[in-house]
Design a protein around this ligand. Structure first.
Ligand SMILES: NC(=O)c1ccc[n+]([C@@H]2O[C@H](COP(=O)([O-])OP(=O)(O)OC[C@H]3O[C@@H](n4cnc5c(N)ncnc54)[C@H](OP(=O)(O)O)[C@@H]3O)[C@@H](O)[C@H]2O)c1
Length: 295
């Protein structure tokens, strides 16, 4: 499991470790709660250390969720985006090839330009911006180098798990709870994806299927971000101001796909772990949030 300290990776380790021997790979120290996994510190950007860790562990299956995910940081430092998202995925894929291991490489709806979403697997990517380009190249590296490979695309990942990083969804809850307004794009359509749901789908894709190629494993509902914020607020019983803003009116380093979102019919047909509609995701998100230790 790469990106094990991350939103999706953390959920996947928790899911897999009780029944499998899991090597959790991340940069720096392990921030996961105690569990049955082993930890390896390795950098996706250094060209070798992740490949070495996977080979020493003799991995039989790899879920690759590690990535430089800050879209604007990627735009400001495209070389690092390339090293981590393209080069890092190449390392992982090379290790899988050498080991004969199955690979699921996690990717993004940002590989599309956002002119005509929601998108199906067979739609042609047209990445814009450094993050999108580096992830698209990572997809191709995985599919080209690892013979037994699926690429699982997700979008707008969020989690209420203790220790999970701040996301748009958690900021909605935190800001409205403090009585502060929330600014949200009214003109960007997305497929919000609860990390636990994506972890369930990608783990099953890895260990329970032999599917090869691209699969969309996001949440099942396409909404604009204002509507997403309203739905989060309603589920948490929070009143407060949600201020619609247009993407073009905000200075962003990296372009954003506007009409994005992913069609998940194929995942629905293939997997037992179903892509969740937003209402079901938010029930689970709320339960995760309630289980957080009081601060
Ligand atoms: N988050 C989203 O909204 C989103 C949307 C679409 C697709 N995705 C894709 O989903 C996958 C999982 O991302 P996520 O949502 O779980 O995001 P995340 O929480 O940012 O997880 C990414 C993980 O990769 C690690 N990482 C970054 N640079 C690294 C490096 N040089 N070496 C080793 N590890 C490194 C990060 O480490 P630290 O924890 O130390 O930062 C983090 O744990 C990624 O492929 C991402 O591109 C995410």
């Amino acid at each position: 499991m790469t990106g094990a300290n991350g939103l999706l990776g953390g959920e996947a380790v928790a899911l897999l470790a009780p029944a499998h021997e899991v090597l959790a790979v991340g940069r720096g120290a392990c921030r996961l709660p105690p569990g049955r996994h082993r930890w390896a510190e390795a950098d996706l950007g250094d060209g070798r250390s992740v490949e070495r860790a996977l080979r020493e562990f003799r991995a039989e299956a790899v879920l690759h969720a590690g990535a430089m995910t800050d879209v604007d940081a990627c735009e400001r430092d495209p070389e690092q985006a390339w090293r981590v998202n393209a080069g890092g995925t190449e390392q992982v894929a090379r290790a899988c090839r050498a080991l004969g291991a199955r690979l699921v490489a996690v990717s993004t709806d940002y590989v599309f330009d956002g002119e005509a979403g929601p998108y199906r697997e067979e739609d042609v990517p047209n990445p814009r911006g450094a993050y999108a380009r580096s992830k698209r190249v990572g997809e191709e590296a995985a599919l080209l180098l690892a013979p037994d490979c699926a690429v699982a695309r997700v979008a707008v990942v969020y989690s209420g798990r203790p220790g999970a990083k701040s996301t748009f969804a958690t900021q909605i809850v935190e800001r409205l709870s403090r009585g502060e307004p929330v600014r949200a794009f009214c003109d960007q359509l997305v497929s919000p994806t609860l990390a636990a749901n994506a972890a369930a789908m990608t783990c099953e894709l890895l260990l329970g299927t032999s599917y090869r190629g691209v699969l969309h494993t996001s949440g099942a509902t396409v909404v604009d971000r204002v509507e997403f914020a309203r739905r989060v607020a309603a589920r948490f019983g929070l009143a407060g101001e949600i201020v619609p803003v247009r993407v073009a009116d905000v200075q962003l380093a990296s372009p954003r796909p506007l009409r994005s979102g992913l069609v998940v019919d194929r995942a629905r047909a293939l997997l037992r772990a179903q892509p969740l509609e937003l209402a079901a995701q938010l029930d689970r998100f709320h339960a995760e949030w309630q289980a957080r230790p009081a601060r």
